[in-house]
Each structure stands twice: as C-alpha cells, then as structure tokens.
Design a protein around this ligand. Sequence first.
Ligand code: C5P
Length: 219
Amino acid sequence: DTQKTLEGKTVLITAGPTYEAIDPVRFIGNHSSGKMGFSLAEEASKRGAKVILISGPSAEKAIHKNIELHRVISAKEMLAKVFEFYDSADIGIASAAVADYAPKEVAEEKIKKNDENLTIELVKNPDILKTMGEKKTHQFLVGFALETQNEEENAKGKLEKKNLDMIVLNSLRDEGAGFKNDTNKIKIFTKTEKKEFNLKSKEEVAKDILDCIEGQLLK
Ligand code: C5P
C-alpha cells in the first residue's frame, strides 16, 4: 500500500494538449497524449493528495476518487480554470503541452477551399505556467521542458524565467521518451540540484517526480 505522504495537500496539475479553433470543425493542436499528467494525478492521489486535474483533449481517464477532473479545450480555457483553483493549491505541476499560438479570429462558418492559398493569422497564447509563477504566493511550482538543443541551459533558464521551484526535462534524443510514448526519460533540476533518471514507464516517472517534490518540501 502507498504511504499517504501527501495527505492534506492539494495538487493542481495541467495535462494534455490544447486545441485552438480555426473554424467550427478545425483546430491547431499537438500530439500530447496527456499520459504524464494523468499518471502524476493518479500517483499524487494514491499518496493522499487532493488532485485538481485540468486537462485539454485527452483519451486518458481519471480513476482515483481523489482526482477532480476538469476538461478544457483551449489554452485560454485552461488558464481560466487554473486560476479558479490556484489559491487552494500547495503544489502546481504544469505538464500540459499548451499550444503556443491560436488563430486570431475563429471563422464562424467552415472555411471553404476556394483559394489556392490560405493564410491564418496566429497570436500568442497566454503562458499559463509563467502566469502561475508571477502570482505565486506559497505554491511549490513544477514545470516541464522539452528541448532539442542546449537542453540543460534552456531548462534552467525556464526555471528562472517562470519563477519555478523545479523543472523536469524530457529528452527528445532518447528513443521512447516524451510526448506520445508510454515511457519517458527525464532529468530534474532545482535551483541547486540535478538528478538524472533512466527510461521508465510514465507511472514510474510520476513516482520519481513526486519523490523529488516531497524531498524539496521537507527541506
Ligand atoms: O516555454 P515552454 O513552452 O517550453 O515551457 C514549458 C512549460 O510551460 C511546461 O511546463 C508547460 O506546461 C508550460 N506552459 C504553459 N503555458 C504555455 C506554454 C507552456 O503552462 N502557454
């Protein structure tokens, strides 16, 4: 049986992709499965936490009764939902693959394929995690980074820039890691420490991440 090491804590987790509407039937999205966030939610709830899980479109299901699941579609909806619950959270974990840009305007009718070229103007989405960092009062904040170059430098840069307490670096170089897969290979950075892990199932990775968070909270 899992030890109730997170009893009395509220953990807010973002998960999955976001879909940004182009017209009533089309969207801009990405291949995030939501599995990492749902695995974190299951493990945190097994450890006794109350979990607020805010997920974009994902086929994953929340099983544990301590998980309160809120499904959203777009980045703007995710941002609004996060800040409904942010004050009550002790720990915030942003594992969502939020779309960086959204169409400036959503066409009211399905766009017809009349022209040879179609241009869609995109505008930057809000950075949910950065906003959480700016409004941080007591929360322990954890972000994810997925980099293709200067991975460690960029991850550590995000730790600073988004005012985080911990960042989890997904390696894209490793076979079976990140995003769509059921496995992941991570490195964890705090302001002072670095830990490297082997390729594991996302369930096992969730345990490593939560162990690290608990270790930091006890300091
Ligand atoms: O800046 P970058 O997108 O690489 O940062 C990744 C981290 O920031 C992830 O934890 C992700 O969930 C979060 N993020 C966010 N809102 C965005 C973009 C990223 O919460 N618009």
